[in-house]
Design a protein around this ligand. Structure first.
Ligand code: ADP
Ligand code: MG
Length: 230
C-alpha cells in the first residue's frame, strides 16, 4: 500500500502559482490562435477545428473556475455542522455523474453526530473534488464508498474508489498545482482541497492507494466541542 499525508510542502507559493496559471492559460490560447488563423483562411466551417477550439475554451474555463473558488470562496461563514448531513447532501448531488458511468455511490455514516466548526460550502467543495476524482479514476462499474467516523477527536470523511490506484512516484506529486495525468484535467482540484482542509479548517488529508485495488482519500477535521451539559 502506498501512503501519503498531504502536507504543507504541497502548498504553492504565489510566484509558482502565478507562473503556473500564466503557463496553463497560455498553452490553450496559443492553440486557439492557431486554429483561428486556419479558420480565417478557409472558406468552409471545419467541425473538427471547432471541436478542438471548444475543448481549449473549456480548459481555460475550468482553470479560471477552480482558481476563483480558491481565491474568493462564496462563503466564509463558520458554523457547527454535522458532517454526516454534508456527506448525504453531496452524495445526492454527485449521484447522477456516478450513475452515468454505471458507478454506485454509497454513503455509510457514523451513528453519532460528527460536529465540525466549518464553512459548509467549502467542505462540500472538498467532497465534490474527491468524489469527482474517484468517478474519473474508475472506468465503468464498481462502487465508490463514502464513510464518516470519529478517530482521535477528529471527524473523518473517507472516499474510497475501485480505480487503478496511484503509483508511488505519482502519489508524491498529487496536490501540486497543475499536476494532472488527465488529458482534460486542471491539476487544481487537490491543491484547492488541501488548502481548504489545512489552511481553513486545521485538518489534514491522508491518501492510501493500492495498485489494481483502489484509492482512498481521508479528510480529518477537528471535531467541535459540543455542549455536553444538554
Ligand atoms: P485533475 O483531476 O484535474 O487531474 P486533481 O488535483 O484533482 O486534478 O488530481 C491530480 C491527479 O491526482 C489526477 O490527475 C490523478 O492522476 C491523481 N488522482 C487524484 N485522485 C485519484 C484517484 N481517486 N485515483 C487515481 N488517481 C487519482
Ligand atoms: Mg480533480
Amino acid at each position: 500500500t502506498n501512503e501519503l499525508l498531504m502536507g504543507w510542502e504541497k502548498m504553492t507559493s504565489v510566484g509558482q502559482l502565478v507562473s503556473g496559471i500564466a503557463h496553463e492559460i497560455k498553452n490553450p490560447l496559443t492553440v486557439l490562435k492557431g486554429f483561428l488563423r486556419l479558420i480565417a483562411h478557409s472558406s468552409t466551417v471545419n467541425d473538427q477545428y471547432i471541436g478542438i477550439m471548444n475543448g481549449e475554451f473549456d480548459r481555460i474555463e475550468g482553470i479560471v473556475q477552480e482558481l476563483l473558488t480558491f481565491a474568493k470562496p462564496e462563503s466564509t461563514l463558520y458554523e457547527n455542522k454535522d458532517v454526516r448531513k454534508i456527506v448525504e447532501q453531496t452524495v445526492v448531488l454527485m449521484e447522477p455523474q456516478a450513475l452515468e458511468k454505471s458507478i454506485q455511490l454509497v454513503a455509510f455514516n457514523d451513528s453519532e453526530p460528527l460536529t465540525v466548526h466549518c464553512v459548509e460550502s467549502q467542505i462540500k467543495q472538498v467532497l465534490i473534488n474527491l468524489i469527482k476524482n474517484a468517478i474519473e479514476a474508475m472506468d465503468n462499474k464498481g462502487t465508490i464508498v463514502v464513510r464518516t467516523f470519529l478517530r482521535d477527536r477528529m471527524a473523518a470523511i473517507q472516499v474510497s474508489d475501485q480505480g487503478p490506484g496511484i503509483p508511488e512516484p505519482q502519489l508524491q506529486r498529487i496536490g501540486e498545482a497543475f499536476y494532472t495525468t488527465k488529458e482534460n484535467g486542471t491539476g487544481l482540484g487537490l491543491m484547492v482541497t488541501n488548502n481548504i482542509v489545512r489552511c481553513n479548517h486545521n485538518g489534514y488529508i491522508e491518501v492510501r492507494s493500492q495498485l489494481g485495488i483502489g484509492t482512498s482519500f481521508t479528510v480529518f477535521l477537528p471535531a467541535a466541542e459540543t455542549d455536553s451539559t444538554g
